[in-house]
Design a protein around this ligand. Sequence first.
Ligand SMILES: Cc1cc2nc3c(=O)[nH]c(=O)nc-3n(C[C@H](O)[C@H](O)[C@H](O)COP(=O)(O)O)c2cc1C
Length: 478
Amino acid sequence: MATITVRNLDGKTKQALRERAARNGHSMEEEARLLLNAGSILDHENQTFSGSVDALKVVDEASNVSVDPNYPARGKTVLLIICGGIAAYKSLDLIRRLKERCVKVRVVMTHAAGEFITPLSVGALSHSKVYGELFNREDEQDIGHIRLAREADLIVVAPATANIMAKISHGIADDLASAVLLASNGKVLIAPAMNPVMWNNPATRRNADTLEGDGFRIIGPNSGEMAEQSEAGRGRMAEPMEIVSEIGRILDTRAKPLLGLKVIVTAGPTHEPIDPVRYIANRSSGKQGYAIASALSAAGAQVNLVSGPVNLNEPEGLNCIRVESAEEMFQAVKSSLPADIVIMVAAVADWRVINSADEKIKKKPGSRNPVSLKLAENPDILKFVGHLDQRPELVIGFAAETQNVIKNAKAKLKRKGADWIVANDVSPETGIMGGDNNKVKLLSSDGVEQWPVLAKDQVARRLVEKIISYFEAAVIDV
Ligand SMILES: Cc1cc2nc3c(=O)[nH]c(=O)nc-3n(C[C@H](O)[C@H](O)[C@H](O)COP(=O)(O)O)c2cc1C
């Protein structure tokens, strides 16, 4: 099957492909595939596609360059072993997600897996041959099962049946999948999926314990509804994206300059109740705080993320504490102390309602009396942390301002006892609050640094680089 690597296309052609994909509501990868399937090539002059596929330099990963460019397993090889369970269909999505991140995926399917999904679809998605037979004359000329085991950076068994877990925990190697696993001395990640009764069976429990003791990593299974009617419990395979994240973590060889440092990050808005169904809030999305927490975690820090109510998935690999009100956020921060670094990104409400009602406040028919809310100041969490006796080494506050950004931020730096303030102009015309980009200024005793408009995860990485430099300098001072 022909494939396209966008990286190798010339600029104009790439642009034409991008525009065409956008017009048709496809990703560049999907668009390229459709074109190749239709046997056409790209003519950028006319923005049309014609001619022979062979005329295009064949490329693969390329169209995916935009998906998670920092994924730690990029360029690595994963050997995916698919076993015979209902969740086998999810492994197709797993392959797709890994390919999107430029991971080379080779696949072994057990015979039983072939009852659930076809090697054809697996091969089409992984863009490589699918292995299934141990006694294959062609593959075994050079002891293929040993090669498959050794050439992978990681073996992932997903879904892992009760059967394969039993086999590998007992050293049985009676088919290609189990022989590869027995012949491997590398890292193996197992994603079990089975009926909860099978999972809770003492034999499966023993096998899972043995595998963990032998150094296999196990992800899931999760709890929830099962494919079998009216059955629920623990046994669902971990979601493909959870497995993708775990693979990233296992294969992450990046330096961990913040290893050993404990960080508290607050993020999102707070909700201050008016009654059981109403609250006062603000427009903070939590995206910036979540991005900073993830970047710190990727740099090796132990992160406690104290999050107000947001619509974001909890980042993997850190401890997320969910709160609603400013008072709850204050308590969560206090109970997470001591810490080496505290970064207050949350837009904490300045006031709470002190006459909030226990029951829903009803409109009074005919009454013209306005309902009045009495407000009291919330605890100032940043100021509290900035003036602690056992103060964290680095205290960073965020200042969302709509006017006099630098003047207000400088005043905040002093008043709150913070080391740095990250100030941003959130006046409505900037479109920044809730958006994906941010334009910030970093204030410290060294002065003011003006950063350009950046995606929030870029702001996060830049801030983390600053933090790393700060701690490196601190070590040299000692
Ligand atoms: C419809 C159906 C669904 C199955 N689902 C699962 C499952 O989710 N997990 C599991 O461990 N076994 C499941 N099995 C049983 C396995 O397919 C069976 O144990 C098989 O021998 C596993 O082979 P393998 O481990 O080589 O893939 C299922 C069987 C059938 C018929």
